[in-house]
Structure formats: structure tokens, C-alpha cells
Ligand binder design. Structure first.
Ligand SMILES: CC(C)(COP(=O)(O)OP(=O)(O)OC[C@H]1O[C@@H](n2cnc3c(N)ncnc32)[C@H](O)[C@@H]1OP(=O)(O)O)[C@@H](O)C(=O)NCCC(=O)NCCS
Length: 289
């Protein structure tokens, strides 16, 4: 079955209809899930499809050419976990052994084992042959000749009542970052928003109806985090140096990056969900290809 999440699900359908002019498309490629998406005619680049299945724990991967999103179910039976653990490098095994909580160790092993499988398929090598290193901010990346393949990736973890999963985003078109969060009640979202959002984002957030604020908060959070993860800098990047849209039901956009408007910044932001209690964002670099 093919499904996708309409942005209208995040807010008033009338508002969303006014903001979007849709055209529909469908893709299918061998071995991949066929999907239907609606393209927002207002922003030139095609948005990533918004399949509800991405958050279903047993979902398959969804691709748009050389850009893929793959859900990784983290709650696996022991034998499946051991199979994935066998793919890890010595460094990954040591990292796994350093986790205090068995739960954290298990999800790291499963996500990294599956990540290796996904990269191995693309590089046409064995999962244990994938050569991974880290940039100076801790972002994992392919090394040496494998990096020359052009494949980039990023992962994000999320626990929710529906089950734990990681989302893996892969692209051959440039840098990529992903963040997935369960939409949940926070103790003091106001303080977090003031602390982490840019002045423009904070003003947008404050203007929301109180009922829309939890969704607006996680829209902003996932979009900002996906961007700093695409850059590879993580938290060390100045979070006030760029603005994202956050209003539920409105298009996901980078509004500004440094002194550049979102349209000219060379990055594309796409939002997935909300669905199954989660929302996610993916940021990809335009490389001109
Ligand atoms: C890793 C980081 C980028 C995100 O952390 P997080 O939300 O706790 O974790 P996620 O589940 O989304 O992602 C974790 C994965 O990101 C990847 N990662 C680690 N450092 C990264 C970096 N500098 N850039 C991109 N990805 C990174 C890793 O693959 C990691 O999983 P692994 O350790 O099992 O390999 C975090 O260190 C950070 O800097 N967060 C920024 C938080 C922030 O500024 N939020 C702003 C919201 S307003």
C-alpha cells in the first residue's frame, strides 16, 4: 500500500490548501517501495515523499533517485541482532561496549549493522568491508576510495510508544542530514525555544495557537537539527545563523541561511509526518547535478 502524509494533517486543512498548489507524481524502482508524492509548486525543488510507511516499524526503504530514506526497526530478536553485530568494525564494537545501558548498546549495534548493509548494497561490497570514519564533530562518513562513490548518509534515533526506530538518510547528490523525534510533552518548551531558536523562529513560535505549539516546536527542532547534521557540525553551529519555517500545515522551508534567503542557500529542507507520533526532517545539499 502506498500512503503519504499531507501537510494539512499538521494544521487547518483550509490554511494548508491556501498555501499549497499540488501536483502529483509517482515513482517506482526495482526493489524499492513505489510511492506517490505531492509536489509543492510553491517551492521549486521536489520535496521528499511523505510516506506514512516510513514510520511503520516494518517499513521498506523509500527512494527518490539517489536519495533514500530507510527506517531501521531497533527492537529485533536476538538472532537478528547478532547477525547485524557481526558486520561491525573493531572500533564500532568498542564503542558499543562503552554504552552503560544495554538498550543504548543494542540500538547502536542494530543501527550500525543495518547502515553497513545499506552502504554495502550501494558500493557492491560486503557490509564488513565498509570503511567508516568520523569528521571532527563526530559525523560518520565513508572513507578513502569509498567516499569517492559520492554516497553520504546520516542517521537519527527515536523512541516512541509505537516502537523504537532509527531513520537512515542516504544521498549521492551531496551532504545530507536527518532528524526524527517523537512528538511529546516537554517540561519547559518555552525556555528551550528561547534558547535554541533564532529570533525569527521564536517570534513564529510565540504567534502559534497554544494547541499548535507542540507540533510547531518539533517542526522547528527537527528542521534545525537536520540542517546542522547535514552541515556535519552539530551543536557547534550557531543555531541563530539560520531560520526554518515551523508553522504546522505550512511548507517546510529553510527561510534564511546566514545572509542568503532560503531559495538561494543551496540546501533543501523536507519534512516527514507527523505520523505515528513522530515527525522528521531531511536536509540535502544541492550540488547542481
Ligand atoms: C549528534 C547530534 C548532531 C544530534 O544528536 P541527537 O539528536 O542526540 O541524536 P540523533 O539520534 O538525531 O543522531 C545521532 C547520530 O547522528 C550522527 N552524528 C553524530 N555527530 C554528528 C554530527 N556532528 N553531524 C551529523 N551527524 C552526526 C551519528 O551517526 C549519531 O549516531 P551514532 O552515534 O549511533 O552513529 C548532536 O551531537 C548535536 O550536536 N545535536 C544538536 C542539537 C541541536 O543543536 N539541536 C537544535 C535543535 S533547535
Amino acid at each position: 500500500m502506498v500512503a503519504w502524509v499531507d501537510n494539512a494533517a499538521q494544521g487547518s486543512p483550509r490554511r494548508a490548501q491556501a498555501a499549497f498548489r499540488f501536483r502529483e507524481g509517482a515513482h517506482a524502482s526495482p526493489g524499492k517501495v513505489a510511492y506517490t508524492y505531492r509536489q509543492c509548486a510553491e517551492s521549486a525543488p521536489a520535496p521528499f515523499p511523505h510516506p506514512l510507511e516510513l514510520f511503520a516499524v516494518a517499513a521498506a526503504e523509500v527512494c527518490d533517485g539517489d536519495k533514500c530514506l530507510v527506517p531501521i526497526p531497533l527492537d529485533l530478536p536476538e538472532d537478528a541482532e547478532s547477525e547485524l553485530a557481526a558486520f561491525l568494525s573493531e572500533a564500532e564494537r568498542q564503542r558499543a561496549a562503552r554504552f552503560h545501558r544495554p538498550r543504548d548498546r543494542q540500538r547502536y549495534i542494530v543501527a550500525h549493522g543495518r547502515l553497513r548493509q545499506l552502504l554495502a548494497q550501494r558500493l557492491e561490497i560486503g557490509p564488513e568491508q565498509v570503511a567508516l570514519g568520523y569528521n571532527r564533530y563526530g559525523k560518520p562518513e565513508l572513507l578513502g576510495p569509498q567516499a569517492a562513490s559520492g554516497w553520504r548518509f546520516n542517521i537519527s534515533y527515536s523512541d516512541a510508544a509505537e516502537g523504537s526506530l532509527a531513520l537512515c538518510a542516504l544521498s549521492r547528490r551531496g551532504r545530507i542530514g536527518v532528524d526524527v523525534e517523537s512528538v511529546r510533552r516537554l517540561d519547559d518548551p518555552e525556555t528551550l525555544a528561547r534558547q535554541f531558536f533564532s529570533p525569527r523562529e521564536y517570534a513564529l513560535y510565540r504567534r502559534l495557537d497554544p494547541d499548535d505549539r507542540p507540533m510547531g516546536f518539533f517542526n522547528c527542532w527537527t528542521r534545525k537539527e537536520a540542517f546542522v547534521k547535514a552541515l556535519g557540525t552539530g551543536l557547534s553551529h550557531d543555531l541563530t545563523d539560520f531560520d526554518v519555517s515551523l508553522t504546522p500545515g505550512m511548507p517546510a522551508r529553510l527561510l534564511r541561511v546566514g545572509g542568503l534567503s532560503g531559495e538561494r542557500c543551496g540546501w533543501r529542507l523536507e519534512s516527514i509526518g507527523p505520523a505515528g507520533g513522530r515527525v522528521a526532517a531531511v536536509v540535502t545539499e544541492h550540488t547542481g547535478s
